[in-house]
Design a protein around this ligand. Sequence first.
Ligand SMILES: [Zn+2]
Length: 258
Amino acid sequence: MALTKTEGLVIKKTDFRETSLIVLFYTKDYGKLNLLFKGIKNSPDKFASNLEPFSYNEIIFYKKKNTTLHLASQCDLKDNFSNLREDLDKVSSASSIIELLDTVMPPEDPNRDAFNLALESLKNMSNYPSADKILTIFKIKLLDLVGFKPHLDSCIICQEKIITQARFSISLGGLLCQNCFKNDLKARPIFRGTTATILHIERNSLEDNLRLGINPQIKKELDYILESFLEFHLDKRLKTKKYMLEINQNIKILKNRR
Ligand SMILES: [Zn+2]
């Protein structure tokens, strides 16, 4: 067991036995990580504000081998974003950031860019009025970071540059040119401004994107497309993962029977 230090954002906490807690963090160096806080409920004040959802901590823990539950040794609060917690809209946007990390990121698979993006987004939400806009930027950049972004540079079927009207196919994950509309009859027309906004956000830093004006009509379309895109592709991915787990389980059972 090696004593290890990292930084992490709290995703959620669960009671464990009478006196302990299991806290899921999104960490800088290990990605999503489960830590056991033994006996913590005997001293409730000890880590009270540290372990609230999306609190930012420095953590020291024992990294065990062959398990996904590790033992917390120390947890020092770096920021609990108290400004943000006074505003209900901001709390809701911050919670969505944490939920997305939980759903999109695989366990113990480090992605420092994703950690920095989440941390920077939460810090900006504390100081900047439009938490909702930050959440939109976060979603677009996170999809890009996990190699899961919508295909918008050209037609997803024939790769031709799109000159005239385009449609967006949620199920195919990108734009269709007029010649390829038939590949997804459910594809919907999309404003040029919406694709331009997504591409701009992907190519620029969060800081620069905060200065970007997004007109309300485009914002509405953007949110709809991102939401449907995430829902459709994550659902597919989660189901595939579950299916693979079941298959692996069955192979194990068969092997043991031999
Ligand atoms: Zn095409």
